[in-house]
Design a protein around this ligand. Structure first.
Ligand SMILES: [Zn+2]
Ligand SMILES: [Zn+2]
Length: 285
C-alpha cells in the first residue's frame, strides 16, 4: 500500500490531466496520490472522480510558493477544505501574481527578440495556473530554443536575462493559510532550498511535516530530514513531484512514495486541527 503525495496536473504546470494522472497511478498500483498543484484546486475534483472509478484514493492538496530571504520555499497543504471561500480568494491572489509575472517575463523576452505573446502562453496554459513552463513551451515554438530545458537554462531561470521574480508571501503566512483552510502544512523538498533554520521557526505556527522523500533529495538529505522529523515530532512525507512524462523535470510517477499509514497520520492531524479550530470535516473527499 503505497502513496505518492506530490503530483501535478494540467491544472497547474503538469502535462497530464487529473484523470490521466490517476489512470497512471492505478496502472502502477498506487493506493493513493495527492494532487498538489501550484496555487490551484482545480485538478482535485476531476481526480477524485476518476479515483472513485479506479479505486485510487485522491488526497486533496495544494503547493504554495512562498519566499524567505530571497529563497523560494514551497509548502504543501494536505487535506485542505477545497470549498473554503477564504482559501479560494487567497489562491486567486497567488494566481494573479503569477499572471503579472508572466507578463513581465514576456516583456523581457520580447526585448531579447523572442516573438512570444501573452495570448499564446495563456492558450498553452489552458484553464490551468499559468507559469514559466508554459512560457518555455511558447519559446520552443519560436524555434529559437530547441527544448523547454534550454529555454529555462539560457533565459528564464533565476539569474538569466528573461527572469523575473514573483511577489510572494512568507512561509509563515503560507502555513497560516493552510491551517485556516483545515489542512496539514508540510515543508516541500527542503533539501532544494537549504533553509533548515526555517523548520524550527514554522513549528509554533503549525508546520506538521517535512517532505523527506523527494527525487531531488540525496540519501544524505533523506537521513538528515528523517532525523529532524524525529527530533521535532514532524510527519515524514514523500512524493515524486510528477509533472508528466513530457516535462523537463523527468521524475516518474511513484518515483518517491510513502507507506499508506502516512496518509492515516495526515488525516489524524487534519482532524485534530479542525477540532481545535471548531471546523467541520470539510473536503477530505
Ligand atoms: Zn515544489
Ligand atoms: Zn511540486
Amino acid at each position: 500500500m503505497l502513496a505518492d503525495l506530490h503530483v501535478h496536473t494540467t491544472a497547474s504546470d503538469g502535462t497530464e490531466s487529473p484523470a490521466e494522472v490517476v489512470a497512471r497511478a492505478s496502472s502502477i498500483g498506487l493506493a493513493a496520490l495527492a494532487i498538489a498543484d501550484h496555487d490551484t484546486l482545480e485538478g482535485i475534483m476531476p481526480a477524485v472522480e476518476e479515483g472513485r472509478l479506479r479505486k485510487v484514493e485522491v488526497i486533496p492538496a495544494i503547493e504554495l510558493g512562498t519566499e524567505y530571504n530571497g529563497k523560494e520555499i514551497h509548502l504543501l497543504g494536505y487535506l485542505i477544505d477545497i470549498n473554503d471561500s477564504v482559501l479560494q480568494e487567497e489562491l486567486g491572489f497567488f494566481r494573479n501574481t503569477r499572471r503579472d509575472r508572466v507578463g513581465r517575463i514576456i516583456n523581457r523576452l520580447s526585448r531579447l527578440g523572442f516573438p512570444v505573446t501573452r495570448e499564446r502562453v495563456m492558450e498553452i496554459a489552458g484553464s490551468g495556473s499559468v507559469g514559466r513552463p508554459h512560457i518555455a513551451r511558447a519559446m520552443v515554438e519560436t524555434g529559437r530554443v530547441a527544448t523547454v530545458e534550454e529555454a529555462f537554462d539560457r533565459y528564464i531561470s533565476e539569474g538569466k536575462p528573461g527572469f523575473e521574480p514573483r511577489v510572494k508571501c512568507s512561509p509563515a503566512q503560507g502555513v497560516g493559510i493552510i491551517r485556516r483552510a483545515g489542512g496539514v502544512p508540510v515543508l516541500a523538498h527542503p533539501g532544494l532550498a537549504d533553509a533548515d533554520d526555517l523548520i524550527k521557526a514554522l513549528i509554533p505556527g503549525g508546520l506538521a511535516g517535512i517532505e523527506v522523500y523527494h527525487p531531488g533529495h540525496t540519501p544524505k538529505m533523506v537521513s538528515h530530514y528523517l532525523e529532524v522529523c524525529g527530533r521535532h515530532g514532524l510527519v515524514a512525507t514523500g512524493g515524486s513531484d510528477y509533472h508528466g512524462m513530457e516535462n523537463r523535470k523527468h521524475n516518474l510517477l511513484g518515483a518517491c512514495t510513502v507507506q499508506y499509514r502516512v496518509v492515516g497520520l495526515l488525516k489524524e492531524l487534519a482532524a485534530k486541527s479542525r477540532a481545535a479550530t471548531g471546523r467541520g470535516q470539510g473536503g477530505t473527499c
